[in-house]
Write a protein that binds this ligand. Structure first.
Ligand code: OXD
Length: 308
């Protein structure tokens, strides 16, 4: 019985050692050294190809090496194969940190001050107390709830929106399409942490921006597919959105002439909001493999119908 790993080589070597120490009966193979493909029961990967899947006749579980699974193309996955996303402490903590960083950057007008420095312009702005800033998170899953925990001590007014009812302490929760408008209307800083599904693709669009209070800030740390980039440019041009921090784009890396590169009101980072820890990510997969072998539920099992 074997696990095939097809992702960053360095992390693969760490995982191989972990499996050798804790599950020596499972052969840990690093792609392209597949060996006899009939042995492969588990696959850990970032993306899938039809050729790879077709070559693994006895595959039972696919582990995403990241928190998201949209990049795996679930349409390719046979019904009997389970899909598990990465839930591990370092990845969650990293995301919560980035959300705090980006929220504070918008809250404290960092983008204005960066522009001011470039222009040699010393121009203090009025400081709004955190308790008067309404910070809203779309997506109250594992990442969203960790972001809430990280933001809570600052004293912001926190709200969360999710497709189905979810609650988090100290957070005003909104659920479902019918509550989206009222949620947006009270969001000074809007943070997207939603899974990318057919329902959420393009959710950060003109209609959404128009419902925000004028001058709201936007943070997208989910997927590029959530954001209609042209609509953001338009909203920034109109002043409907005052500034945006984006870590993910429709096309990564963006073309050299992509308008976000030089936009004075956009802070862009190269999909680094968080990263799977080599050790902690390996332990999370190991734990799930052991659970699977014991017939116990795996952590992060994806419901293929909903796509998260
Ligand atoms: C992830 C990512 O899904 O890095 O983990 O985007």
């Amino acid at each position: 019985m074997a696990l095939l790993y097809k992702s960053a080589a360095e992390r693969g070597r760490v995982w191989k050692d972990l499996f050798a120490a804790h599950a020596p009966e499972l052969d840990f193979r690093i792609w392209p050294d597949v060996g006899d493909s009939a042995d492969i029961r588990y696959l850990a990967a970032w993306v899938l190809s039809p050729e790879l899947l077709a070559s693994l006749p006895n595959l039972e579980v696919i582990f995403s090496v990241g928190a998201g699974i949209d990049q795996l193309d679930l349409g390719l996955v046979p019904d009997h194969v389970q899909v598990v996303r990465m839930i591990e402490p370092l990845l969650i903590k990293g995301m919560a940190e980035y959300v705090a960083l980006a929220t504070l950057a918008l809250h404290r007008n960092l983008i204005d001050y960066m522009a001011g420095q470039r222009e040699r312009c010393w121009a203090p702005l009025e400081m709004l107390p955190a308790c008067d800033r309404r910070v809203s998170i779309m997506g109250l899953g594992t990442m969203g709830r960790a972001a809430v925990e990280m933001l809570r001590p600052f004293g912001f007014q926190l709200a969360g929106w999710s497709q189905s009812e979810r609650s988090a302490e100290g957070v005003q929760s909104f659920a479902g399409a019918e509550s989206l408008e009222s949620f947006l209307a009270q969001s000074d800083i809007l943070i997207c942490l939603l899974p990318l599904t057919p329902q959420t693709r393009g959710i950060l669009c003109r209609k959404t921006f128009d419902r925000l209070p004028r001058g709201a800030g936007l943070i997208n740390v989910a997927r590029g597919g959530h954001l209609v980039e042209q609509d953001l440019l338009h909203a920034l041009g109109e002043g409907q959105i005052s500034a945006a921090i984006v870590d993910v784009l429709t096309e990564e890396p963006p073309a050299r002439d992509h308008p976000f590169w030089g936009h004075p009101r956009i802070l862009m980072t190269p999909h680094i909001a968080s990263q799977t820890g080599a050790q902690s990510g390996g332990l999370a997969v190991l734990e799930n493999v052991l659970r699977h072998q014991r017939g116990e539920p795996m952590i992060g099992l994806v419901q293929k119908e909903t796509g998260y």
